[in-house]
Design a protein around this ligand. Structure first.
Ligand code: NAD
Ligand code: LMR
Length: 328
């Protein structure tokens, strides 16, 4: 029996991540190879024509699973009946812009999108904020959708997770599939903490297989500053790898994590590991029965504690700023 169609909304559809993302969604990689897809593309008015161009290309691929494409600049229409909302469109930081200005500009985008999700999304809606600052944008969206369970709002740190997997695999000359239980904690920013202390490679502790100096002076900064390194090299922020991570995040959410493994996602804190309740912070998470759950009971050593606390302090500051601005 063919599964019911899933409606997927992508904001910022005419942007570079949108272009790398939409064809993969339409080909069945987001949910599964048999699930029909209805796409809704949200853009700002001046980019609607460009999004329509992408929609023409999607049509021209003749994807068997793609049932419909709706391009709009109306958030209510874009989120009406949506099952999966990928919030990619955001205001990038421009020269002279302070962090507070960025948070303010994005508050103006994510507040109405939260309201539109609250008004019309499907009962089972799952929301992923990709647009930066992703954790706080997810928080703003969630604050404006009080009728949707808070656990449905997530922020993307899967790209950081994948970056960490790739760095560790290269260091130990293993495949990424040989690595288990790696985790990203905190904010999707340079303060994030990629944690190897619970990770296993070939069944043995990963941190014990690398020098402490490599871990502290190479691995952590390389992963945490990878976004900036890509901007420097490419002259534009990561796009295909970000789209890939968004696909991974939703696919895992729907289809589950492998037995004995976990992944990383920004989810609403329940107070675990001293992260203030309600903040959207990255944790090690498992996915079961369509839900992300924070892995419980891990011992946090002092080295990790200090780094998790620093990233969570940044998230707390971001939350306080958007609170002051009246966005939550
Ligand atoms: P881009 O500038 O190429 O595209 C952004 C698109 O969003 C533009 O087409 C713009 O018109 C649209 N947009 C702006 N405001 C909108 C609104 N209110 N509604 C709908 N659309 C709107 O940017 P990109 O490279 O696609 O990146 C998008 C975002 O993703 C950026 O904020 C970037 O920093 C972030 N990002 C996050 C991660 C992550 O790991 N979380 C990784 C890479 C990039
Ligand atoms: C990334 O991690 O590649 C992006 O979040 C960087 C950015 O600032 O867009």
């Amino acid at each position: 029996m063919t599964p019911s169609p899933v409606t997927v909304t992508v904001t910022g559809a005419a942007g570079q991540i949108g272009y790398a993302l939409l064809f993969r969604i339409a080909s069945g990689q987001l949910i599964g190879p048999d699930t029909p897809i209805n796409l809704k593309l949200l853009e700002i008015p001046k980019a609607v024509t460009a999004a329509e161009g992408t929609a023409m290309e999607l049509t021209d691929c003749a994807f068997p699973l793609l049932r419909s494409i709706d391009v709009t600049d109306d958030a209510r229409r874009a989120f009406d009946g949506t099952n999966v909302a990928l919030l990619v469109g955001a205001r990038p930081r421009t020269q002279g812009m302070e962090r507070g200005d960025l948070l303010e500009a994005n508050g103006g985008i994510f507040k109405p999108q939260g309201e539109a999700i609250n008004a019309g999304a499907a009962e089972d809606v799952r929301v992923l904020a990709v647009g930066n600052p992703a954790n706080t944008n997810a928080l703003i969206t969630q604050a404006h959708a009080p009728d949707v369970p808070a656990e449905r709002f997530t922020a993307m740190t899967r790209l950081d997770h994948n970056r960490a997997l790739a760095q560790l695999a290269a260091k130990l000359d293993v495949g990424v599939n040989d690595i288990r239980k790696l985790a990203i904690w905190g904010n999707h920013s340079a303060t994030q903490y990629p944690d190897l202390f619970h990770a296993e490679v070939g069944g043995k502790n990963a941190a014990e297989q690398v020098e402490q100096s490599w871990l502290a002076d190479e691995f952590i900064p390389t992963v945490a500053k990878r976004g900036a390194a890509i901007i420097e090299a490419r002259g534009a922020s990561s796009a295909a790898s970000a789209a890939n991570a968004a696909i991974d995040h939703v696919h895992t959410w729907v289809n589950g994590t492998a037995e004995g493994d976990w992944t990383s996602a920004g989810v609403v804190s329940d107070g675990s590991y001293g992260v203030p309740e309600g903040l959207i912070s990255s944790f090690p998470v498992t996915a079961r029965d369509g839900r992300y759950e924070i892995v419980q009971g891990l011992d946090i050593d002092p080295f990790s504690r200090e780094r998790i606390d620093a990233s969570v302090a940044e998230l707390t500051e971001e939350r306080d700023t958007v609170r002051r601005l009246g966005y939550i």
